[in-house]
Design a protein around this ligand. Sequence first.
Ligand code: NAD
Length: 540
Amino acid sequence: MAKFKVLVTDHISQDGIDILRADSDIQVDIMAGIKNAELKKIIGEYDAIITRSGTTVDAELIENPGKLKIIGRAGVGLDNVDIEAASMKGIIVMNAPTGNTLAACELTMGMMLSVVRKIPTANQITKAGEWDRKRFMGIQLYKKTLAVIGLGRIGGNVAKRCRAFEMKVVAFDPYIKKSRAESLGVELCDTLEEAIAQADVITFHTPLTDETKNLITSKEIAKMKDGVVIINCARGGIVNELDLVEACKSGKVAAAGLDVFVTEPPVNHPFFDVDNIYVTPHIGANTHEGQYGVAVIIAEQVKNALHGRSYRNAVNIPFMKSQLPEEMQKYFELMESMGHLAAQVVKGRPESIEFTMVGPKFEEDFGERTFDTPFNFQPFSIAGLKGFMEVAVKENVSFINAPYVAKERSIDVLETKTHSYGKFNDLVVIKVKTDKEEKTLGGTVFNDGIGRILTYDNYYLDLIGEGTFLYFKNMDRPGMIGKLGTILGNNSINIADFELSRVDDGTAVGFVRVDNKIPADVVKEILALDGMIEAKTVTL
Ligand code: NAD
């Protein structure tokens, strides 16, 4: 029997399906067009689903996700997938952002030329038997200014092509580096207004987000040049539809070309009655090459992710451990293990967890975020949080959902960076506050590449966090360790390692690494020793 089941819920190119079917570990079922009510009943039987824009993957659909681990979108836009809901359930969401870039770019070019030369109307009229050349006086693109809003993959390619038309290209994109614009020969504007005010043609290539919804309304249109041309082949609603209709009717906007609508398919839409608005039915990605591209890419990615080989284009993994430098991967593992330990030794209900990264190694930002997330943590904090929540919550906690799991439980998560911490220059620290106490653990990675826990509250240690330990805290009196060792020996528990530390208040803590599990009654016996304050088994 196949190890993994994949459900394809939309029409995707056969080439992608063939890739999945060629893997004997994968069973592929195809139910293109399946309704959500039906899909909800069976979704939990699948390890992955692959969709295009036809399936709305919302919180309700994945309420009981069962085995579902991956949602693959054969395309770039993810507005039909509730990424936050998927993240909360620990489901990886991945898309195929590059497969149809050129298809969408070329439609934009086609749209721009069609609109400025009124090609669709000319075609219609000529075929209807009219020969009216005067009516088709167009606008030339040469030497005109194009504003590209969103200079990402598609926007960048449109910019390149328009430069070949010898247009001046300006752009507004607050999230890209100046050097990217420079390399494309594009002038980057500091504000949206600056870009749109000078443009003869404006084209939109941003995702649809809270920020870009209604990015252009009557207010912005008023700041544009009279007779401007507007193209939107990105997402419906970036340009307010009714405001655009008004502007096209008044002539403020000479013409508009739109491949996308707020509601698709549009029914009796006000665009339909306006001659200088040209529309297409969301066909940006519809080229043979584009469809082949997204299907093959998503199939390969889902296949690799199912086998745990790679998670390319996963949009809700805020980092890839494998992409961290080797030394930083050790810190990542150390943090996870410290989170584990903190959760096992702290008493009470957690109220807050603070992660501190100490030293120059942590100055760099290691968390590359490719999607809107309410969390902005470094991978090390997420590793620590996962380690902690896994023990504290005992449910399906992953690097994806750990911050959500903490949030759901009203645990405040804080992250700080600092130059030094006590006598340490390189350290990662976890401080947990509960309704009963506060516990702080610190650790580092030495040159031997091994992560060690060095501080436990005020105690100094040298603990390599791997294995099963007897953790204890006792009054620092002669004979305590002997008694403890005798109990372990009497119960045939072999001691592999011993780490002891004491402080001025007359207490000591110890971590005894043992070769075999310590039965609960043995721990009880140790705890009953006179002068013993705490004793329990911890696993790291
Ligand atoms: P991308 O992620 O490469 O680029 C998007 C760019 O928008 C990024 O550079 C980002 O920094 C920028 N951006 C985000 N918010 C912004 C804001 N508030 N103001 C200005 N810029 C902002 O994406 P892409 O692959 O180029 O796709 C762009 C859009 O095209 C997406 O909305 C996608 O869904 C759409 N698309 C449509 C079709 C179609 O069939 N019509 C096909 C493919 C893609």
